[in-house]
Ligand binder design. Sequence first.
Ligand code: DLL
Length: 419
Amino acid sequence: MIWDPIHECMDPGQRSSLQLRRLREQIARLWANVPYYRQKWQAVGVTPDDVQSLDDLQRFPFTDKSDLRDTYPFGMFALPLDEVVRIHASSGTTGKPVVAGYSRSDITDVWAQTIARAIACAGGTSDDILQNAYGYGLFTGGLGLHYGGELMGCTVIPMSAGNTERQLMMMRDLGATILCCTPSYALTLADAAEDMGLGGDDIPLMAGIFGAECWSEGARRVVEEKLGISAHDIYGLTEVIGPGVASECEVKGMMHVFDDHFLPEIIDPDTGEVLPDGETGELVITTLTKRAFPVIRFRTKDISALSHEPCPCGRTHARIARLAGRTDDMLIIRGVNVFPSQIEEVLTSFAEVEPQYQLVLTRKGRLDQLEIQVEVSPQFFSDTVSGLESVEQQIAEKIRSALGISVTVKRVIDLREEE
Ligand code: DLL
């Protein structure tokens, strides 16, 4: 089923006209309502009147995380707070989160709609029982999938992440047919189901909607086999809206970008030059319809490529290639974005350890494991082993409460010898 055939299967020429109209309106709204954008554009001599074609967007400067940091928390909102009905947030580069605001129409007319499209891409209908194991809270995964699932008419089980045995019990007892979670958690659930002796006859799952982190075709094969499902990729980011910017239909390998709402470009990350279809570069997105917190040419730092080739499914949206990584050093650990700078911030609050550190990211079973190797400061060399062990635990605890991930902390004599 295609959720919104009028917009998803639109003639490409008609869609371009719609995009241009929406782009002009968006730029005019931001010019009028967000002084930060207006000043940025005035500085390079562009005004809303300069948008005569979609290509004219290239005359406008990029937006990136540093703009969000400079205007934290609400400086890039285009609506007053009394029209903002929801806030979400994700990690920023400096310890301050990226704060995203949503108007009522952003949630009902844009976000829930694009999520419903994504669920339909994975074969979902109103008959489905959707177990949502993305985290609920400031993270966009939980509530994002939730509202889209309800809009479609699915029976949504708001499980949130974690508690694997209980997830499997609910899945079996309530007969979940669609699972939404990070791909690494899907693999964990698949392994646990195997350990508990639960097979396809016990769990009626048909499809999975997995995203928020990079995953491989190999992971897809394993999870599809073990859970007996069709696994679909879903992409998105807090700055743009959350999940539902793009998603994978039954023709797997690329994701449809819902480009009547989110206009994609691929650029050379070094020069900023816009690249043609098929070339790999950094994905840049402009939100055409979002009202509370729109972004113009936001640099996602995600590496992909664009295609406008027709897709056999009938949708005419542009497609992006499966994400190939990021241009920066952000790590995604079990779906949580972690910048080395955040870890550094915690480490530097402990006098017992040196500010140099090494992050060792591995996979244990299906899950990312992060080990932080630290050197003990010389003045603490003579401390007891148990005293130093408790420092390791305190660091791990502080990282858990600041970043929401569990890590192990290991003391090493000299980091250079560990390489
Ligand atoms: O991860 C939104 C989301 C929730 C997407 C649930 C899909 C499902 P952030 O926490 O802001 O938002 O992280 C955004 O995660 O820039 C990518 O680097 C990465 N990412 C998201 N989806 C995918 C994916 C959510 N399908 C950052 N494949 C993005 C690879 C992904 N990386």
